[in-house]
Design a binder for this molecule. Structure first.
Ligand code: MG
Length: 166
């Protein structure tokens, strides 16, 4: 049986899921600006948005979004089996699979992404702060890492493009 998925289906659903979970491209672009404005003179929000948009065209990124958000949603509805349910629900510190999934995104544009990811994951600016607010009853154990990773990958893309332009 040939069950091949059109990439456009993945991309559409991944973009819809981000919005459904309260994350806009502008939120992610603001993280890119936060990471990159000190390195690029005259960096505009449009540049940041453009690079976030290109990152979302990658299949690895779409798959990470689909997988991570699905697990967040199931945990929120208490539909996972134990002990995974509690692990994801309380965002258990030693779990680490959320970060592994994020690394598949960071990897897409090479190793400078890792530095950006580590930095933004510690600082938690903007949307990342909201996603880490445990008082909302929402579960974003995977999404916070995914959003940080998309911003890190977009930053790497932007840095490479600027280097190529020189
Ligand atoms: Mg996490």
């Amino acid at each position: 049986m040939d069950k091949k998925l059109e990439q456009s289906v993945l991309e559409k659903k991944a973009r819809e899921l981000l919005v459904e979970r309260g994350v806009t491209l502008k939120d992610i672009a603001e993280l890119v600006y936060y990471l990159q404005s000190k390195y690029h003179e005259n960096l505009s929000m449009d540049d940041c948005l453009y690079n976030v948009d290109r990152v979302l065209e990658k299949r690895e990124v779409q798959n990470a979004i689909l997988t991570g958000i699905q697990l967040d949603k199931l945990a929120e509805k208490k539909m996972l089996e134990e002990p995974l349910q509690t692990t994801i629900e309380i965002d258990e510190g030693l779990y680490g699979v959320d970060e592994i999934i994020a690394f598949s995104i960071v990897n897409v544009y090479g190793s400078i992404g890792f530095t950006n990811y580590g930095y933004i994951d510690k600082q938690k600016p903007g949307i990342l702060q909201r996603l880490n607010d445990k008082s909302t009853g929402e579960c974003h154990t995977f999404l916070d890492d995914i959003v940080g990773a998309i911003a890190a990958a977009a930053s790497s893309r932007l840095a490479h493009a600027a280097e190529d332009a020189k």
